[in-house]
Design a protein around this ligand. Structure first.
Ligand code: IVH
Length: 674
């Protein structure tokens, strides 16, 4: 393209338009390479004519300028906040108050918008060009973060983005919320961790840190997004006077606006509309901390005035916070059924996600080390939906210096046996098979739903029988007597009989359940079923050996090793023997389809030559493969058999020369049928 000012302007517009298609509309019209090419062309023009470069040039997004500190900028109108409601009653009471002031509102329409958990930015456009981006600050004066804001790709540098024929006020000041999509946040954290940097605590924290970066080069690398929702101020021209039309107007100018914002005709339908937000919160890819309820008619809404910094015409219905901070008082350690030690956090009770919590998981010891979580730290915890509460990480800024670093225990907290940490594995184990902590969970697992399903043998009863020394391993269940049970608290005739009956009935459970019940590390319901189908009996599995186990689709070396180890341990051999003696030795017919080694042609290299009777060339090759063999095209020393049909080629001769056995199609089929 010839370097003229007109072409330069055209190219600039074109790039800004494609940028909008990509980042706002999610509908790119050209490839990334084509886009890059346009940018290169623009840079070339700017190299020749630096005087042309204006703030709306896409090259200004690059962001590498370091600003010492942010200049203070007064806002053209107060950047207000919102009063909170916590339930529908609060919302009703709010609306009643407004109707009292202005009875005509009785029949007014509303907008419901996501209350995005991000940071307010105020974007100033003069004659359609982005000239300034400012943080909220105290609502009157904010900080100039223009260089950083320009790096956010979904923010238009010039409006309208599309060539649409819309009149834009000479000064337009738009308010929006800068945030990070959850998926972008996760990607960013993966990158930070891979680079050995501390991950960010949550999307909001990541967005905040990125927006207030002194070096806009860093901001440019952060995946920030924006949704706009308010026109704070304008001069010249006119703008729509209802909220739903304003959002539409912002959209038309090229600003990103959330699709989750909806219009409601009246108060009743709006109240109903609030119900969908619990689900919306679970499904959208960004964090929201509530729903903003706005009277749609902005003239009447504004006429209601303010209470302090909160406009009366709008209110936020807040969700219970899912993330809260509290003080980590101690770190406890649980011993699981398979001997895995798992750390958990004990903290000052806090309300999180609507319930009071005082414990949360810490995943594993590596997590504590990687996140540098110390006892005494103020920590951020999260509880969302059905997920059990977990610690996200420490608020390092709140450290006083007396926090204590925690190290993984060298001995089992329950039995005192030395712990083991396998090379390359995250978990720390107690390998003492008779560790009481493991025994209780072992028995509980043995009796559980997907395993032997012994009704009446829940964790409480298991604790009773183990603590009373009645059961030392699962096989002891089958010699429990009524008298013994009656000696336990809460056991009367009926309860004892029922339990004994349920234990007796468990002898009829099929092999897969028994295999699962044994509690071998890595062997859950699905794996147990696979083992049962492939080996047909407990002895079959015990005798299989690592290689055979590994040859089964879905069993990796670690699980194969765990199975071998389990059956090799003397205490487990005794358990299996005793179970058999008590009548627990279920068997099923083997379905060997999963075992490569059992296939009739396993490991054989077979070459076919000549025309066959029953099979085409491709057909016979597939048949060989299905039966575990490999079919090659040429004969070599590695060939095990050459199948010869009518009119064979030179391969038959070569086979004879090398001494490779020659067989007929019929003979091959017999090998398979065997
Ligand atoms: S309206 C007068 N709408 O929530 C206008 N605010 O405490 C008041 N926020 O600081 C704000 N999403 O940063 C509005 N759709 C939305 C919003 C929203 C997020 C933030 C905003 C404000 C805070 C309210």
């Amino acid at each position: 393209m010839e370097i003229t000012h007109e072409n330069y302007e055209k190219l600039k517009q074109e790039i800004n338009f494609h940028n909008y298609q990509y980042h706002v509309n999610d509908a790119p019209l050209i490839s990334d390479a084509e886009f890059d090419h346009l940018l290169i062309e623009l840079r070339e023009m700017e190299g020749v004519h630096p005087e042309w470069v204006s703030p709306d040039s896409p090259t200004m997004r690059a962001g590498s300028v370091i600003s010492e500190k942010f200049a203070k900028v007064p806002h053209p109108a107060p950047v207000l906040s919102l009063a909170n409601a916590f339930n529908k009653d609060d919302v009703r009471a709010w609306f009643e108050r407004q109707v009292k002031t202005d009875p005509s509102l009785e029949a007014c329409a509303f907008m419901l918008e996501p209350k995005i958990d991000g940071l307010t930015v105020v974007l100033r456009y003069e004659n359609g060009i982005l000239v300034q981006g400012v943080t909220r600050g105290d609502g009157i004066i904010g900080e100039d973060v223009t260089l950083n804001v320009r790096t956010i790709k979904s923010i238009p540098l010039r409006i309208p983005v599309k060539s649409a024929d819309i009149e834009v006020p000479s000064v337009l000041v738009v308010r929006g919320e800068v945030f990070m999509f959850n998926s972008d946040f996760e990607k960013l954290n993966e990158e930070l961790i891979a680079n050995g940097e501390q991950p960010k605590l949550n999307p909001r924290n990541a967005a905040a840190g990125s927006l207030r970066q002194q070096n806009s080069g860093i901001t440019a690398k952060r995946p920030l997004s924006i949704y706009t929702y308010q026109i704070l101020y304008y001069e010249g021209g006119s703008i729509p006077q209802t909220q739903h039309e304003r959002l539409e107007y912002l959209r038309e100018l090229g600003f990103p606006v959330s699709d989750e914002s909806h219009y409601y005709e009246d108060f009743g339908s709006m109240l109903k509309g609030l119900d969908r937000w619990t689900e919306v919160r679970e499904t959208i890819d960004f964090d929201i901390d509530g729903v903003v309820i706005k009277i749609d008619d902005l003239t009447r809404a504004e006429a209601l005035g303010f209470v302090g910094k909160d406009p009366r015409g709008q209110i936020a219905l807040k969700f219970p916070a899912r993330e809260v901070t509290t003080v980590l008082e101690n770190i406890g350690v649980n011993v699981g059924r398979t001997g895995v030690l798992t750390p958990f956090a004990m903290f000052e009770p806090v309300v999180c996600g609507g319930v009071t919590v005082s414990k949360a998981t810490l995943h594993n010891f590596d997590f504590i080390r990687d996140r540098d979580i110390r006892i005494g730290d103020r920590v951020l915890i999260k509880r969302a939906g059905d997920v059990i509460p977990y610690v996200i990480g420490p608020i390092t800024e709140a450290r006083k210096g007396d926090e204590k670093v925690f190290t993984a225990p060298q001995t089992c907290p329950v039995c005192g046996h030395k712990t083991e940490h396998l090379e390359g594995e995250v978990a720390v184990y107690c390998v003492n098979a008779s560790c009481p902590a493991q025994l209780i969970r072992n028995v509980e697992h043995y009796a559980s739903r997907g395993a032997m399903e012994i009704t009446g043998l829940g964790i409480k009863v298991v604790e009773q029988i183990v603590n009373a020394d009645l059961v030392h391993d699962v096989s002891d269940l089958y010699i429990l007597s009524k008298e013994e049970l009656l000696s336990l608290e809460g056991f009367a005739d009926k309860k004892a009989e029922n339990l004994l009956e349920a234990i007796e009935a468990s002898k009829q459970q099929p092999l897969n359940r028994l295999v699962n019940a044994l509690g071998i590390r890595g062997v859950g319901e699905a794996m147990a079923e696979m083992l049962a189908n492939n080996f047909g009996s407990i002895d079959g599995i015990a005798d299989a050996g690592k290689e055979t186990l590994e040859s089964i689709e879905g069993i990796g070396p670690n699980i194969a090793q765990a199975i071998v180890d389990w059956f090799e341990q003397d205490s487990n051999k005794i358990i299996v023997e005793r179970l058999k003696r008590f009548g627990l030795d279920p068997r099923i017919e083997i379905q060997p389809k999963n075992m490569k080694e059992d296939l009739p042609l396993y490991g054989l290299n077979i070459v076919v030559t000549g025309t066959l009777q029953a099979y085409s060339r491709d057909g016979i090759k597939a048949l060989i493969k299905e039966n575990g063999g490999k079919s090659a095209d040429s004969v070599s020393k590695k060939t095990d058999y050459v199948v010869v049909g009518d009119n064979p080629g030179s391969k038959a001769g070569k086979a004879a020369k090398l001494g490779v056995p020659i067989i007929s199609e019929q003979q091959l089929l017999e090998m398979i049928r065997r």
